[in-house]
Design a protein around this ligand. Sequence first.
Ligand SMILES: Nc1ncnc2c1ncn2[C@@H]1O[C@H](COP(=O)(O)OP(=O)(O)OP(=O)(O)O)[C@@H](O)[C@H]1O
Length: 345
Amino acid sequence: MAGGHPRPAAGTTPSPGDAPVIVLDGVRKEYPDGTVAVDRMDLTVARGELLVLVGASGCGKSTTLRMVNRLVEPTGGRVLLEGRDVTRTDPVALRRRIGYVIQDVGLFPHRTVAQNVATVPHLLGWPQDRTRARTTDILDLVGLDPATFARRYPHQLSGGQRQRVGVARALVADPPVLLMDEPFGAVDPGARRRLQDEFSRIQRELGTTVILVTHDVDEAVRLGDRVAVLAPGGRVEQVADPLTVLARPRTDVVADLLGRGRLTRLLAAGRLTAADLDPVSPPDGGPDAGTLPVGASLDEALAALTRADDDAVTVHDGGSVVGSIGPSGLVRALRRLLDDEVLTP
Ligand SMILES: Nc1ncnc2c1ncn2[C@@H]1O[C@H](COP(=O)(O)OP(=O)(O)OP(=O)(O)O)[C@@H](O)[C@H]1O
């Protein structure tokens, strides 16, 4: 499909040489009534990165997000987009370059799905042919069959479908930056997981730089290249890749937010490596239905072990068996994650 932004390889942290796309530099927001929602916040977002802001209600997540597209004006510090202070950029021009998705989507009720999606192309004065072709492409990309959905109205859609339209509308003109505020909040857990997976794929494909706000720790660790945990006043308690946050919460606020689910989430986020395996003897040939690949998540390994007839499941790498994983190997893998010197503090 058309569009897309150059970005570092999927899943990798962009190289330090890349200039960040978004920089929050000592940013502060004091609302007129004296509430200081965000104070002296420093954060950067690299090109193609998905940064998640997570934290308790009222800690300043939405305020932070809305300072990037000037729906909220900072009262101190600077917000830079591609090196330019956003307060010196015309807000209308700014918002055409920054997609924005919110929980209740805000679709125009009297416009069809196609018309809703075409909002920005229309504002940008795209020719009709281009708008129509791109609208069809993007509906396909978010998993809505254009033949079925293009002419429907928002009230003729389910909540999850409406959210897909919201994502399509935000991405249709391929903005370099996308801001998302609880974008999957209104859908049930199963649909939510599917939307997250699909969104993750689309974001990587397009190379869009994203800041996503959520209350949901599982969503944060599933989607984030990095996760920023905020405390009241927009205080950044920790910003790191999901594994590091789970394995090494830097403060009590982070540990409290992760709660008792921390180890289980680490199982979901951690991957099986060759170091976790026991030798198998004799090697029993190629992989079969009861085997796992190196790189499987640890919770997949746990599930496979639970189903297995004995206390080991063979592990393969490509075509060949490289070892087996048992309960002690699984515990070893968890310990490795918790102790890993490679993880940044
Ligand atoms: N317009 C406003 N005037 C005064 N205070 C405000 C305003 N908007 C937000 N606040 C306050 O600023 C703080 C941060 O709000 P914000 O909406 O950014 O938090 P949040 O982390 O996104 O919360 P939630 O998760 O509940 O959506 C809160 O204490 C909130 O009450």
